[in-house]
Design a protein around this ligand. Structure first.
Ligand code: AMP
Ligand code: MG
Length: 405
């Protein structure tokens, strides 16, 4: 049995990204950059005003006070989207809108709220430093500087920043295909009425959703009975994808055949059994073909175990596969327990919790029964309470670490 940290290290150490392709930025949300992006030009493209107000020369207003304002003559107007070559003359100001270019000669913008104006002139009531309310050309990025780094997953803000630089297409990693194989002779599709002893395939939906949330292209290979022959055929087919996720059949029961089948197909098992709860029977292996390596995540069938192991171990592996340079652990924060938790074993526990703000701090309760078959415990949860291997039972009021889901 290996520790969770060690397992995470093994997974991220054995997975690497695949090929890249060029993609229009409109289709790039959630994709991962396969090359650094230098800024092609200065950003902003030109000096411009950050306020609606009056462009002026600060040399003209050094004596301005509330009692004795400086009067400047208005010469022209600069809406956003226009351009002027006309130099602002001493003693003059130009009305300017947010985003409009600063006219030559001007070195500050007085925000409208601090001025009084009529048709022909504007009164300025205090002095300003040069540069006030001016967004300088290149202040956000200068041409040639590294704008976005290879390995970045493109968020809406990152896609927008590409547009702001005039970049319409980028090189991104191909979206990995992940085969999903749900095993178990008791598991049936939704269009079947379960016979006595059978259950519906909920893992197909939880895992498919989790894979989609990671930006994967899901290849659902359906349900396979606990039969060596059928498992061998289906998993062989699955190995044509970039990664494989299976559920069920990986524990120590007589009909848990997944591990044996994986080995018979040449998958090198990197670990089996983790010192965690829930999710102990998880296995991870790599099919090392000549052309490429295919990681295989064999998850336990219990619905909560499958989801928790996906979250903690599969997700970081798939992030690496997608090209994310160094997948970051989910942010952990501290919260105060509102109820005691019993823990006697030396495993790492992932307890489904509900965290909320309460008078200056974050408090957390469990979602109730923590049986690994109770999917509702995850439906209600907004966090996982992480109890380390070393931790014992906890009391109400103790501080624990949580990861927000
Ligand atoms: P196993 O990991 O095969 O020992 O299965 C553990 C438990 O998870 C058993 O109660 C199974 O019936 C249940 N289970 C296995 N596969 C699924 C599935 N695809 N959807 C829902 N429950 C499942
Ligand atoms: Mg089973």
């Amino acid at each position: 049995m290996i520790r969770a940290d060690e397992a995470q290290g093994i997974i991220t150490g054995s997975v690497s990204p695949g090929a890249s392709e060029v993609c229009k930025i409109a289709d790039c949300l959630g994709r991962v950059l396969a090359a650094d992006i230098p800024a092609p030009r200065d950003l902003p493209l030109f000096d411009n005003s950050s306020m609606d107000g009056f462009a002026l020369r600060t040399g003209d207003i050094t004596s301005a006070t509330r009692e004795s304002p400086v009067h400047l003559k208005l010469s022209g107007e600069l809406p956003a989207g226009t351009w002027t070559h006309e130099t602002l003359r001493p003693g003059h100001a130009m009305r300017i809108m947010t985003g409009a270019p600063i006219p030559p000669g001007a070195d500050a913008v007085a925000e409208q709220e601090l001025t009084e104006s009529d048709n022909g002139s504007v009164r300025i009531f205090s002095t300003f430093a040069a540069g006030r309310n001016i967004r300088k050309r290149g202040e956000s990025l200068s041409a040639g500087a590294l704008a976005l780094r290879k390995g970045l997953r493109l968020s809406p803000a990152a896609v927008g920043s590409l547009a702001s630089m005039g970049i319409s297409q980028v090189e991104v990693y191909r979206r990995p295909t992940v085969a999903l194989v749900c095993t178990g002779s008791e598991v049936v599709d939704l269009d079947h009425t379960p016979s006595p002893g059978q259950i519906w395939n909920s893992n197909a939906f939880t895992l498919r959703g989790a894979l989609q949330n990671c930006g994967m292209e899901v290849v659902d290979l359906g349900i396979v009975a606990d039969s060596k022959e059928q498992l061998t055929d289906r998993i062989r087919e699955a190995l044509a994808c970039d990664a494989v996720v299976t559920s069920g059949g990986v524990s120590v029961g007589k009909y848990d055949l997944v591990l044996e089948v994986l080995k018979s197909l040449g998958v090198e098992i990197e670990f089996w059994k983790l010192n965690i709860k829930p999710g102990m029977p998880m296995a991870f292996g790599v099919s090392k073909g000549k052309a490429r390596h295919v990681p295989v995540f064999a998850l336990p069938g219990n619905p909560v175990s499958a989801m928790v192991t996906f979250d903690q171990f599969v997700r970081p592996g798939l992030e690496k596969l997608s090209g994310i340079e160094s997948p970051e652990r989910r942010l952990r924060i501290k919260a105060t327990l509102e109820e005691p938790i019993q823990k006697k074993d030396g495993k790492r526990h992932f307890i489904r919790g509900i965290a909320r703000n309460a008078g200056g701090g974050i408090v957390v309760t469990t979602t109730g029964t923590q049986s690994s078959g109770v999917l509702m415990s995850l439906v209600k949860a907004n966090c996982l309470i992480i109890l380390s291997e070393e931790s014992g039972s906890l009391n109400k009021g103790d501080v624990v670490e949580i990861e927000l889901l």
